[in-house]
Design a protein around this ligand. Sequence first.
Ligand SMILES: Cc1cc2nc3c(=O)[nH]c(=O)nc-3n(C[C@H](O)[C@H](O)[C@H](O)COP(=O)(O)OP(=O)(O)OC[C@H]3O[C@@H](n4cnc5c(N)ncnc54)[C@H](O)[C@@H]3O)c2cc1C
Length: 596
Amino acid sequence: MNNHQFDVIVVGAGGAGLMAGLYASRTAKTAVISKLYPTRSHTGAAQGGISAALGNLEEDRIEWHTYDSIKGSDYLGDQDAIEFMCQEAPQAVLELEHMGLPFDRTPEGRISQRPFGGHTNNDTGKPVSRACHAADRTGHMILQTLYQQCIKNDVNFYDEYQVVDLLTNNGKAVGVIAVELSSGELHTFHAKSVILATGGHGRIFEVTSNAYAYTGDGAALVLRKGIPLEDLEFFQFHPTGIYKLGILITEGVRGDGGVLINGNGERFMPKYAPSVKDLASRDVVSRAIYTEIREGRGIGGSNYVYLDVRPETVNKYAALDGRTNPDGSAYTVTGEEILKKLPDIIDFCRVYLGVDPVTQMMPIQPTAHYTMGGIPTNKFGQVIVDDKNTVYPGLYAAGECACVSVHGGNRLGTNSLLDLVVFGKYAGLTAAEYANKTDFESLPSGSEEEIKALFDAMKHGSGTENAFDISTAMKSVMFDLVGIYRTEKDMEKAIEKVRELQVRYKEIKVADTGKIFNTDLINAWELGNMLEIAELIAISALNRKESRGGHSREDYPKRNDVEWLKHTLVKKENGKVELNYKPVTITKYQPKERVY
Ligand SMILES: Cc1cc2nc3c(=O)[nH]c(=O)nc-3n(C[C@H](O)[C@H](O)[C@H](O)COP(=O)(O)OP(=O)(O)OC[C@H]3O[C@@H](n4cnc5c(N)ncnc54)[C@H](O)[C@@H]3O)c2cc1C
């Protein structure tokens, strides 16, 4: 009864998984398995928007979007994949619209767009309105729309099933094992194609904008099969997380005119990015905030600054910057307009901080936000295993868990939702196409027994270690020692500490020995994934002796294209870490210094 067979299995029901499921199900028998109820996936938390050079408010071009993404990636992104994504973007957004996504509108009825960090008019260097949005809950709307489409198209869902093993045989992916969370029962899913769309792993860090579910399950599953992960050292810190809580305040706030203010009451971004100022790319803004704090200009000398979106401030700086509306009139906002544009953000601040952004400034600090690295894939979503781009048959990945690589060293805001929709679709199509021309491979034996033994040891073994303690220690080690600024000494210390935690992890014992919704057990299993990835992030970062995008080394402050214009591939087999590198695909944009 617990054995299932589908042509295509999708693990994950966020934007990438739903898009993959929707497209695969058109031609192949498809199931989507998700540890969360689909609409609880982290895609639902995305606020600001999805990028596409529609040019609805002002001139915009696909080539500008492409170049901005390449420049934003600090030239580590693969240019063929970026060109493909930006080319597909307008059609992808229109497809979402036609599926029923309620985008905000311009007065003429077109999809409304707002400026976002790093997206520019390449002629003037000024920010361009490229982010299509539904207020500040764009991801929520994408998720609801795609889920409805999946239901309409009879995609099979296994909600609240946690995948705990990837099954492979003869060098091919052949299925997964999942725990049905409500009963604790194991289920085996036999498939011809497996698509991983499991999201990121930001929960490795202490202060993060990421959901509790961001524990890197998909990445850890492939690692255990000897498949490498790509560019793990590139982790994005978003400049504006709510102080101490890490909850994200969208860049859309700065897109709509908000500015960053230091402890001296000064707007400091013009010092770091004279042209685009508060709308520089995220790595640049995060480092600027950190520098202000380190040099004693945090608020009251503390480790945070203010984000100010009060109408009087917005109007003052918009006038100073000469910002205009598309019709050429001066850009101004009222309190009511701020409320309308940013309802959820205002709610968060009122609830969590007791601060009303319409009349008060928001205390913010950079927060661990997004992994640029992940499971290596090509632009068709096929997982690749080496520097020669060899495909792993039957295995696909899309969304944040994957590394195509369209974000390279640093992702531009709104490019992730685009990545999900574009590459989720192609992963779905390619996986179904493969499934339709191949036969079922037999399942390996003994996999369920191994999982049972692992869980039994955690529940009934003689260990004395507590998952919460190990997890807390890992998070602070990673945030403090492998964070925004990195040094050799810190990272060596981090690797040593994470390895100590891995040893302690082997002696873990969970308190709940039951079967029904045993979150204690599942969280302990997830911690194992995070510890493996944390170690490889630190090792990849230690080995990359340069600064690029989100990876900033104080001991190697410059980008070094001669030695380091290449992707990292890292894997761990039989306890041994192996690092490898592969070239970056350059089409027509030669690396230049990034100036904002
Ligand atoms: C607060 C916040 C705001 C953001 N705002 C924006 C924005 O405005 N624009 C933008 O472009 N990007 C934004 N991003 C980034 C973007 O939202 C994410 O990168 C993207 O939504 C990830 O989508 P996904 O489909 O890869 O993963 P998710 O939406 O997280 O889905 C992952 C799925 O995998 C499932 N899963 C995971 N592990 C398992 C397992 N072991 N077994 C079964 N199922 C599993 C989960 O249940 C879930 O359904 C934001 C991110 C955050 C955190």
